[in-house]
Ligand binder design. Structure first.
Ligand code: COA
Length: 330
């Protein structure tokens, strides 16, 4: 029997209209400067959602754009996964709200919470359902309104994040090879996930329904996160290469979580991935957590960089810590 693969058939994104530059932040009384933020992070601006633009609103717009590119209608989807840490409500899940907004009446939907690694976790999870016959077509959404978790008095964190959403449609298709498939197949070729909850205090939100009864604000030990991100994330990337029988030389595009330009470039250098293969959107979007990878995929699709057949590595690390990588032949 041919091996089933989860093939990307559509990709879309949505960014709120409101753009806030680094200079705008300084003008609003935050003790910072464009120079400091650009030099430390590469971020120049971020998009901020209006009050009526909730995470499900952003996610639905991105999902519609992905369905449009796929030439599919919402009724063709039987699985919706939304990776988010900023759900509209504690429950029901944002994924079910996206499902309803799209008018999908069948299948199933759920949220996945792995903070900035959420989209990689969601792709790996959807892939398991699709390749084992649990679903036929999955909408995998990363959507966030991180601006609502920020302490705007804390300049060490509030300058780093932004809002947005991205989505891909994955479809179960028969691959080329027998039983195990071949690395020439289109689709998700491998994925590797990790977490280590001992690092909680380095990146967390100081509230929640089960503790304070409030949403809380984001807290971070920036240097510790930086050190871990550059030092540890390569293990999942190397494992994803190994599991698919590919190497960094086979890669067309490296699409990492967009948190910080210095982290991204240090990771690429460590892995021997040429700088021209790295997709960077952090300058325009800031860190949009689970939305950053599908936003970057969409940008590189639309400007003609990512093409069918290209080998693409996605990779992220987030609070927990959680981290992961997936190799996709587009
Ligand atoms: C946050 C980060 C940019 C800070 O850079 P850094 O070089 O580690 O800077 P430090 O925290 O050591 O701070 C250096 C100085 O800049 C100051 N500073 C912090 N934020 C500032 C800001 N927004 N504007 C101006 N100055 C700032 C600090 O107060 C400190 O001043 P001091 O030396 O007088 O005490 C960096 O640690 C980082 O990117 N970490 C990873 C964060 C991340 O990606 N998180 C998400 C992962 S999913």
């Amino acid at each position: 029997m041919a091996h089933r693969r989860s093939v990307v058939v559509g990709c879309g994104a949505y960014l709120p209209d409101t753009v806030v530059t680094n200079t705008n932040l300084a003008e609003r009384g935050i003790e910072t400067s464009d120079e400091w933020i650009v030099q430390r992070t590469g971020i120049r601006q971020r998009h901020i959602a209006r009050p009526d633009e909730t995470t499900s609103v952003l996610g639905t717009r991105a999902a519609l754009a992905a369905l449009d590119e796929a030439g599919l209608s919402p009724a063709d989807i039987d699985l919706v996964i939304c990776a988010t840490s900023t759900p509209d409500h504690t429950f029901p899940s944002t994924a079910t709200q996206i499902q309803a907004a799209l008018g999908i009446e069948g299948g199933f939907a759920f949220d996945l919470q792995a903070v900035c690694a959420g989209f990689v976790y969601a792709v790996a999870t959807a892939d398991r359902f699709l390749t084992t016959g649990g679903a036929k077509r999955a909408l995998v959404v990363g959507a966030e309104t991180f601006s609502r978790l920020l302490d705007w008095e804390d300049r060490t964190t509030c300058v780093l994040f932004g809002d947005g959403a991205g989505a891909i449609v994955l479809e179960a298709r028969e691959g080329e090879g027998k039983d195990i498939g071949t690395r020439a197949d289109r689709g998700v070729l491998s994925s590797c996930l990790r977490s280590d909850g001992r690092h909680r205090a380095k990146l967390y939100v100081d509230g929640g329904p089960g503790s304070t009864g409030t949403t809380g604000k984001l807290r971070m030990e920036g240097r510790e996160v930086f050190r871990f991100a550059v030092g540890s994330v390569t293990d999942v990337i190397e494992e994803a290469f190994r599991a698919s029988g590919t190497t960094a030389d086979d890669l067309a595009w490296f699409v990492p979580h967009q948190a910080n330009r210095r982290i991204i470039e240090a990771s690429a250098d460590k892995l021997g991935i040429a700088r021209e293969k790295v997709v960077l959107t952090v300058d325009r979007h800031g860190n949009t957590s689970a939305a950053s990878i599908p936003l970057a995929l969409d940008a590189a699709r639309r400007d003609g960089r990512i093409r069918e057949g290209d080998l693409v590595m996605i990779e992220a690390i987030g609070g927990g810590f959680t981290w992961g990588a997936a190799l996709i032949r587009w």
